[in-house]
Design a protein around this ligand. Structure first.
Ligand code: MOS
Length: 720
């Protein structure tokens, strides 16, 4: 591995090692396994938002053709791991919703019954025959009207550096509120699993999950069975973005169902259930106050946020964290509260917290640049943090200035005019915008088993999942370079709880964590070969020859890897900068994106092709956040009115312009030996603000409540 300088690798042109399997349909996703005696489960969701189940009549459903069982709270086997509030008088212990546990309804669409039949169609039909009657209570699903009821529940909800509200004393001030609607992950692959009990205390699941080891231990805990008796398989995952980081009620329901019918049960969520049953990015209100001196030096930032959660779970992101460390402001104070509503729980979604916070902070900074009449990049350079303003520590590696420069060149920033609404092109208003993004860079413990087989095949095994970024490809590239063998001779096995420990694929940590473990395992394996060879070894060992000489069928190492004392020495982040040009039709408010340029400063780029795809995907998701995505509640009924892909808008190919992905590509060897940092989150974080800032530059209209739909841009004239 080259640590000190950028050097093209032989694997820079490597295509997805599992790409052929994916495009030919040979890759098997969790619901696609043909298991003997398989039966099908369909969930019935509550039609009220809050209250109690008065009665539930399952007779008709039970009598329908092919039905094996209908499970409800009245007949469900107990889940031993469900916690109860033991202390009378104390509020119930908060946590994930307990499926088929009691008669309480906590959100609209909460599962109240599971119908199991011999075919999917029969289960679906029988589910329509379940007749639940409810006693409805009064629900609250509106965040904006109830901001005053928000509470702090976590230790780090408040932050203060220097003087509180120092921005108010600054000569130039921006103080504004921002709304980010709730967004739904909606990966292409629906959440799905097959659950099969192998014995009373032994189970196998084929499950869509971002972490096979976490799913394994969570199932073991819920059902009070030994961890090693839970086998989790997740070979391919068709996208997740955070929605598969935990065990959801539908997974517990399928496992309960398989116990009841004593047969393997397959459960695939419907698209509508994907909106309510596997989390979403929480609807969040934010207020930012930012002040600067007349020459653009930040005086202070005040950042408050209230995010939506459910009544039964205190889920909180950190949308205000970004204001602590992105810029060198001497004074920063923030608060981050949550408000429990009668909705299903939100969860982590790509760029959690920081994507939300970046929209507010980077919009506010843009507003400030217009008040100051300073170029937005210049304003950021004036407040560039050379060391971490929060901890005072040096950064492990930061090349954000390079990123600004590369991005400005890529988009043609010099064409931008500082005066908003001043440029037209063929009758459309033309504007440019930019925004930064940042996300903490981590390295988690990971273990890799590396085996060199007699035929020269290197097999790497670890229990990571791959939700799409191209994990196997990056790992093969690292191993190929370290061992000095072609990528075609390397196999990377994942998605099996029998393999050694790996972290969940979340928080942009896998290349750093598992990549380092692969690198170290390969170094160990090579060392083992050198010892066999003796005499100080060889520069380029012929592994098959050495194995043969020593009458060995294989040579194997199992290597543990984790972060060391560097985590105390450095502040570790990845950065991004997004640049956008837009055209806005002044009559209709229609927005056409001209060009997008995204620059990532995320250490060494291991796998250029999949890294590029990762950045493009993040940009597309950011465009959706800026212009289209919005889960809309009808607060009268407390239910979503656009829980389908026709009414919940997201970008299609026709909405997406040319996207250029640029990498600073400077290794950060202070974080790990391979010099690579996370990229999944920063590809998205900041993108929405870049679009909003470009729309402002084009039109002079500042939209602070996403998405920026055309109706928010046109000047309505009375038609009467
Ligand atoms: Mo994610 S929210 O890192 O799966």
């Amino acid at each position: 591995m080259t640590n000190d300088k950028k050097q093209p690798s032989v694997n820079d042109g490597l295509s997805r090692v599992d790409g052929r399997l994916k495009v030919t349909g040979a890759a098997k996703y969790s619901a696609e396994f043909a298991i003997k005696d398989l039966v099908y489960g369909v969930l019935v969701g509550s039609t009220i938002t809050k209250g109690k189940i008065k009665s539930i009549d399952t007779k008709k459903a039970e009598r329908a053709s092919g039905v094996l069982a209908v499970v409800t709270h009245l007949n469900s086997p107990k889940v031993p791991g469900y916690q109860v509030a033991t202390d009378p008088g104390k509020p119930a212990v908060k946590g994930p919703v307990k499926v088929f546990y009691d008669d309480q309804i906590l959100y609209n669409g909460q599962p109240v019954a599971l119908v199991i039949a011999d075919t999917f169609e029969r289960a679906l039909f029988a589910a329509s025959l379940v007749n639940a009657q409810y006693i409805a209570g009064k629900h609250i699903t509106n965040l904006k009207d109830n901001l005053g009821k928000a509470v702090s529940t976590h230790d780090d909800t408040e932050y203060k550096r220097g003087t509180v509200d120092a921005f108010k004393s600054a000569p130039i001030i921006v103080e504004q509120e921002y709304m980010l609607p709730s967004e739904v992950h909606n990966p292409m692959e629906l959440h799905a699993l097959i659950a099969k009990w192998d014995a009373a205390d032994k189970i196998t699941v084929w499950d869509k999950t971002q972490g096979v080891k976490d799913t394994q231990s969570n199932i073991a805990k819920l059902f009070h069975i030994p961890v090693e008796n839970v086998q989790v398989n997740s070979k391919f995952v068709g996208g997740a973005f955070g929605s598969a980081l935990q065990v959801w009620p539908h997974e517990v329901a399928a496992i309960i169902g398989a116990k009841v019918v004593k047969r393997p049960v397959k459960l695939v969520l419907g698209r509508a259930d994907m909106f309510t049953s596997v989390g979403y990015r929480p609807l969040t209100w934010q207020k930012i106050g930012i002040g600067a001196t007349a020459d653009g030096k930040l005086v202070g930032i005040t950042h408050h946020a209230v995010g939506q959660t459910s009544t039964y779970e205190d889920f909180a992101e950190g949308p205000t964290n970004i204001s602590r460390s992105l810029y060198a402001s001497p004074n920063v104070n923030s608060s981050n509260k949550i408000l429990g509503l009668d909705v299903g729980s939100p969860t982590w979604m790509r760029g959690p917290g920081d994507a939300t916070g970046a929209f507010a902070l980077e919009s506010a900074l843009d507003e400030l640049s217009y008040k100051l009449k300073i170029d937005p990049i210049e304003l950021r350079l004036k407040n560039y943090a050379e060391t971490d303003p929060e901890s005072g520590k040096p950064f492990s590696g930061k090349n954000l200035k390079d990123a600004y420069k590369l991005g400005a060149e890529g988009i043609g920033w010099k064409e931008r005019r500082q005066e908003a609404g001043s440029v037209t092109k063929d009758g459309w208003l033309l504007g440019y915008g930019m925004s930064g993004g940042v996300f903490g860079a981590d390295r988690e413990p990971a273990t890799v088993k590396a085996t060199m087989l007699a035929d020269g095949t290197l097999v790497l095994q670890t229990a990571v999942s791959d939700i799409g970024p191209g994990t196997a490809t990056a790992m093969v590239a690292i191993a190929s370079e370290t061992m000095g063998i072609p990528a075609s001779q390397i196999r990377f096995d994942l998605g099996d709880s029998l393999y050694p420990n790996a972290p969940q694929q979340g928080g942009s940590t896998i290349t750093s964590s598992v990549g380092s473990a692969v690198y170290m395992a390969c170094k160990d394996l090579k060392e083992k070969f050198q010892q066999l060879i003796g005499n100080g070894g060889e520069d380029k060992p012929n592994y098959t020859k050495v194995l043969k000489q020593h009458h060995l069928t294989q040579l194997q190492v199992i290597t543990d890897s984790k972060a060391g004392s560097e985590v105390d020495k450095y502040a570790m982040y990845s950065w991004s900068v997004h640049f956008v040009s837009v055209l806005v039709n002044p009559a209709t408010g229609v927005i056409k994106l001209g060009k997008v340029v995204c620059v990532a400063d995320s250490g060494r780029i291991i796998s250029p092709k999949t890294a590029r795809s990762q950045v493009i995907g993040g940009a597309v998701m950011g465009i959706g956040m800026a212009l289209m995505e919005e889960a809309i509640f009808d607060d009268r009924y407390g239910r979503l009115i656009n829980n389908n892909l026709a009414d919940y808008h997201m970008p299609v190919n026709a909405d997406i312009p040319q996207i250029e992905a640029i990498f600073v590509n400077k290794p950060d060897t202070n974080i790990n030996p391979i010099g690579a940092k996370g990229m999944g989150e920063i590809a998205l974080i900041g993108m929405a603000a870049a679009v909003a800032n470009a729309v402002y530059n084009a039109t002079g209209k500042r939209i602070r409540n996403l998405p920026i739909t055309p109706d928010k841009l046109v000047d309505w004239v009375a038609l009467t």
